[in-house]
Structure formats: C-alpha cells, structure tokens
Ligand binder design. Structure first.
Ligand SMILES: Cc1cc2nc3c(=O)[nH]c(=O)nc-3n(C[C@H](O)[C@H](O)[C@H](O)COP(=O)(O)OP(=O)(O)OC[C@H]3O[C@@H](n4cnc5c(N)ncnc54)[C@H](O)[C@@H]3O)c2cc1C
Length: 476
C-alpha cells in the first residue's frame, strides 16, 4: 500500500497493470529501476487477461476441439457417442487459465521487487522539483505515490452505441464471456477483430450468428482478398454476414433483442435474436485521471506520444490502448512499455513501426498479417508483385484437415523486398511470426525462396507463396 511507503521516491510509477503496464514494470526492474505498479483492479492483467485476449482464445480452443469432435468419425475415432457440451466446465477452464496467469503475474512482481499499489490513480500535474505525485484512492482511502517518471497505461473499454447500456442481453466483451449458456441466436454489431472472433466462436457452439457491419467489408483493416475469403468461409459455415449495414435501433423484446438496420440497398431490415454483441471499437480510458492538469495532448480521446512514448508533459509517458496512432493490441502495448522504459533508463531502443506490427484475428480459419496490403503498397507508389499460395496445396494442411485460405505476399517488383504478408488459414496467427522477422530484416523474395522450410509443415506454404511472386511455386 502506498501509505506504508511514504518516504519512497520511485524511479517510475506505472499506472495500469495490463499487458502494457506490467511489461513496462518488469522491464524497468530488469534495468535496475525502482518501480511502482498501480492498478485499480485487485487482480493484475487488465482487459487482455480478464476479458480480452486470453479468455477468448481459451473459448476458441474449446470451439476447435468441439468442431473436431463433431467430425470424429473422419479421424477414425468412434465409440464416443454424441458429444455433449458442458458449458459450465468450459467457463471453469477459461477462469482457471486466467487465475493461473494472475498468480504468475503476482509471482513476477515479487521476483522483480516491483511495489504493487492497489487503487485508482490520478495525475496531479507537472513534476515539482523533478518529482511527480500521483494520487491513489482505494476503498475511499487516499494516498500518494511519488516518482521521477510516470507511465500511463490505463487501457480501454468497449464503446457502446448511443443510448445503449450493457446488460444481460446487450453485451460487450465482458458480459459475453460469462453467459450461462451459448445463446440460440446472436447479432454481432461490428466486424472488427472482436466481433468476428465472437461470431466464429459462438457459431461453432451452435449459436445462429448474424453479423452487421457498417463498412463495405468485414475485418476492414485487412487486405481486401482476406476480407472477401473470410466472408465466403463464414457464409459457408452458416454465419449471416451483412456489410454496408447501418444499425438504427436496438430494442429489448420479451424473448431477447430486436435490431433494426438499413441494409446495403437502403432497405430497412429487422433482426430478432436472443442476444446482441456490440463490438464497435474501444475507447481509451483517459477521463478522470488528471490529464487536464498536465500538458498531455489528446487526439479523439487518445494520448499523443512521440517515438519514445513520451507525452507533451515532461516525465510522463503513455503506452497501450490509450495511445493514439497505434493499433489497440496487447503486443503493441507491451512493446511500447519496453520502449518507454528503455528511454527512461537511458538505454537504446527502436521506436515502434506501424508497418511491422502483426495483426492476428483468431477466427476459424485464422488471420495473420503484417506490413502493407496490396492496395496500401500501390498507394505508396510501389510497383507491386503479388504471390499467392492456397493451403489446398500444402500437405500439412491436408493432414490437419484444414485446406481453407491462402498465403499472400506483397512485394516490391523492382527490388523484391517483401512489403506485406497476409495469411488466412490454419495457424495463421503463428505463421505470421516468420513474416514479421522477414519484414524487420528487410528480406527479399529471392532470399526467402532459398530459405529452407521443414517438411511437412504449414510454413512450407510461406515458401511456396514467396516463390509464387516469381510464378515459381512448386505445389500449385
Ligand atoms: C475481446 C477482446 C479480445 C482481444 N484479443 C486480443 C488478442 O488476441 N491479441 C491482442 O494483442 N489483443 C487483443 N485484445 C486487445 C487487448 O486486450 C488490449 O490491446 C490490451 O489489453 C491493452 O493493454 P493495456 O495494458 O493498454 O490496457 P488494459 O489491458 O486494459 O489494462 C489497463 C489496466 O489499467 C487499470 N486502470 C485503468 N485506469 C486506472 C487508474 N486510473 N488507476 C489505476 N489503474 C487503472 C485497469 O484496472 C487495467 O488493469 C482483445 C481485446 C478484447 C476486448
């Protein structure tokens, strides 16, 4: 507790114990800095661990097993009768994974001698004589933490449509993760990563899923071909995908919810369902934390930072979902935390490059992408060469029974530099790691065509895709 350490001046006070904040805290301790980590929640881990990355992927893994069991006979597995889903056990497993990792974080904080301060933190203004003071409130009791530097990592929350409030039928990522049972029907508003992931998971569990997306395509930040193929595959799985759909009204009915929307042809449509998930983006938690007492500048509610994650207020840094101009992803927040701590410790660092950030969407099949899309590369003036290889030509994909999707390489035609890699298919979120390294090392198509990939693996589809840029894929 802060009031038990009144005479301590920390090198850094980190506000927020999500992946951005706890990573920064650990890196700071590794540099030998004296670090305090303040979190309003009694359990560290933030959105990512409690109601984001980890629980959704736990459910997705259950969904994958369930999908395989539905086709057990294809794998020669008989005698298991009709599989049944014990939803309470599914949720228990998810919760136990969370608890295990909360304990892991507590262990890491102790190991690195990080002072964990429970409570809601608020900035008090600029540093006085080089020392910042942060007010901390817990259960009505106030205390203060003093530090030479402050890193703000307060994260984000789900945006709601105007006039709506989350409850047992109108859901955000929080409520949907503890439903008593998979709903019979679900309308998903918004087809970014969060929306399509829940759509995919619940469709596997037997929910009738309808997606309503305002933009002309789902997963709109991805390469257009990825959006198109995922739409086709979702429709094949029975998900009702509606793009260009503007939601006008969400009302509660006796049985659930009624969503009125204008479809792509301008016609009013009504969709009734047991539940509705609102997945229309996330708002940075920048209110009520004293930002107005500092020189910190906001841009549409998010904090402006320089390449070292410094805000306009000397000695105050910002990382994670509250930062403007970077995607709201756990691994981006974590790397930003390491950049900020390196700057504070006077160590070398590499600023985060937006075009080197992997984007992963954990649907069935998965999406993994990094770098420029074909359209972005052309916009930037590159003469582009594209190579595409379907998983249908990959022997490991046949073995794991997952032939949908492709690897697409976007390369510069003149020098062969690989500018972007876009994967839709089995283990795409793992495969993309190779592509991130290739882009980071400015690899070319020719170099990657000569890089030996083990057989039989899904990564061979990458080798074939690099070769496809020069029309020389072996397996297609
Ligand atoms: C459903 C869903 C699935 C997702 N899946 C993925 C995924 O697979 N991969 C991925 O990379 N990203 C994923 N994300 C995004 C990821 O969760 C966020 O990018 C990440 O959690 C941001 O980390 P953060 O540390 O900035 O904030 P958070 O994780 O939100 O943590 C912020 C912390 O700050 C604390 N806090 C807030 N205000 C205060 C205050 N004033 N004082 C003290 N403490 C405070 C909170 O209690 C919280 O612990 C997902 C998000 C959602 C919603």
């Amino acid at each position: 507790m802060a009031d038990t350490i009144p005479n301590t001046i920390f090198d850094v006070a980190v506000i927020g114990g999500g992946p951005a904040g706890y990573t920064a805290a650990i890196r700071g301790a590794e540099y030998g800095l004296k670090v305090a980590l303040i979190d309003a929640s009694p359990r560290l881990g933030g959105t990512c661990l409690h109601v984001g990355c980890i629980p959704t992927k736990a459910l997705l893994f259950n969904a994958e097993i369930w999908d395989h069991l539905k086709h057990a006979d294809e794998f020669g597995i008989g005698g298991i009768g009709t599989p049944t889903l014990d939803w309470a056990a599914v949720l228990r497993r998810k919760d136990s994974i969370i608890t295990r990792h909360v304990k892991g974080l507590e262990f890491l904080m102790k190991k690195h001698k990080i002072t964990v301060v429970p409570g809601f933190a608020c900035l008090t203004g600029p540093a006085q004589n080089g020392i910042h003071t942060v007010d901390v409130t817990v259960n009505g009791a106030a205390s203060q933490v003093q530090a030479k530097n402050v890193i703000v990592a307060t994260g984000s929350e789900a945006k709601m449509l105007p006039g709506l409030k989350a409850d047992d039928r109108i859901l955000t990522n929080i409520e949907i993760l503890s439903l008593a049972a998979p709903p019979k029907s679900l309308v998903v508003i918004g087809a970014g990563a969060v929306g399509v992931e829940f759509a995919s998971i619940f469709q596997s569990f037997g929910t009738e899923v309808t997606i309503l997306e305002f933009l002309p395509r789902i997963v709109p930040v991805e390469d257009e071909e990825i959006s198109k193929e995922l739409t086709r595959l979702f429709k094949k799985r029975g998900i009702d995908v509606n793009t260009g759909a503007r939601v006008e009204k969400v009302e509660k009915t006796d049985a659930g919810v009624k969503v009125t929307y204008t479809d792509a042809n301008g016609k009013t449509q009504v969709k009734e369902a047991e539940k509705v998930l609102v997945g229309v983006g996330r708002a940075g938690l920048t209110a009520n934390i004293g930002i107005e007492k500092t020189k910190i500048e906001l841009e549409r509610g998010l904090v402006k930072v320089n390449e070292a994650q410094e805000t306009a207020e000397p000695g105050i840094f910002a990382i994670g979902d509250i930062v403007s101009g970077l995607p709201q992803l756990a691994h981006v927040g974590a790397m930003a935390g390491m950049v900020a701590m390196a700057k504070i410790a006077g160590r070398p660092f590499r600023p985060i490059r937006r075009d080197r950030i992997p984007g992963c969407t954990y649907t069935e099949p998965q999406i993994g992408s990094v770098g420029l899309t074909e359209a972005q590369a052309k916009e930037k003036g590159h003469t582009v060469k594209v190579g595409k290889f379907p998983f249908a030509g990959n022997s490991k994909a046949t073995i794991v029974g997952s032939h949908d999707g492709f690897v697409k390489i976007v390369a510069d035609a003149q020098y062969g530099e690989i500018l972007g890699v876009h994967i839709l298919g089995p283990q795409a979120t793992e495969l993309i790691a190779e592509a991130v390294a290739v882009l980071e090392l400015e690899g070319t198509v020719e170099e990657m065509m000569s890089t030996i990939h083990a057989h039989p693996t899904l990564t061979e589809s990458m080798l074939d895709a690099y070769a496809a840029v020069n029309g020389m894929a072996i397996n297609a």
